[in-house]
Design a protein around this ligand. Structure first.
Ligand code: TYD
Length: 212
């Protein structure tokens, strides 16, 4: 059995990560891997309920951060850790970097408190180290470009309806997370054409030896 592989997908709203998540799932399946495709906040019945609250209802920043981590804890326990134990490739649309970028960068919430919550939620009794993705594909796009792509596409949720300055802070939050853990991050230039972005995603996985 091959060991499980945990990959997360990050970027500001409108950066265009979603199409590449399903394409990467197909690429792994084509090579015989079992894939668990999931998302945050969400991925379990409880976490999906928390998702609809946190994406729609106004709340103070601490409540928002706690709900993100509560959803994450349930998701890790019920979906991510069991899938990794089975040897699946887990492709997760957003994970903790989004909390640092949106609640930390965007909302200005204390990142030291977020680090404490991260340690609390992502340490399991049988694992000494923090549970983190082996790879985080960060779809980096200028907030102005992302706003243009999102305009008129659908009814915006609580985060999508934030002003440009919010997304500039979110983008800076992602950049800070990358600087703290450059080995884990692969920055993808999301301003390229969709097919060039896909080539870049594939190239990262091939370079890691995960795809032929
Ligand atoms: P998103 O992943 O963009 O899904 P969709 O494509 O269906 O809109 O939406 C999730 C939103 O939640 C996004 O705006 C980012 C936000 N978010 C946080 O603020 N903190 C978090 O920890 C996570 C996981 C997401």
């Amino acid at each position: 059995m091959q060991p499980g592989l945990f990959i997360s997908f990050e970027g500001i709203d409108g950066a265009g990560k979603s199409t590449h998540i399903s394409a990467l799932a197909q690429a792994f399946k084509a090579q015989g891997r079992a894939v668990t495709l999931t998302r945050e906040p969400g991925g379990t019945p409880l976490a999906e309920k928390l998702r609809s609250l946190v994406l729609q209802d106004a709340m103070d920043p601490l409540t928002e951060a706690l709900l993100m981590f509560a959803a994450r804890r349930d998701h890790l326990d019920c979906v991510i850790l069991p899938a990794l134990a089975r040897g699946d490739v887990v492709l997760c649309d957003r994970f903790t970097d989004a909390t640092f970028a949106y609640q930390g960068g965007g909302r200005g919430f204390d990142e030291e408190v977020l680090s404490q919550l991260e340690r609390m939620v992502q340490t399991s009794p049988d694992q000494a180290a923090l549970v983190q993705p082996a790879l985080t594909l960060w779809f980096d796009l200028a907030p102005q470009e992302a706003a243009k792509r999102l305009a008129g596409v659908r009814v915006p949720d609580k985060f999508e309806s934030q002003p440009l300055a919010f997304f500039q802070r979110v983008a800076q939050g992602y950049a800070r997370r990358q600087r703290k853990d450059p080995e884990r991050f692969a920055r993808i230039d999301a301003a390229q054409t969709q097919s060039s972005v896909w080539d870049a995603v594939l190239a990262v996985c091939v370079a890691k030896g995960w795809l032929a």
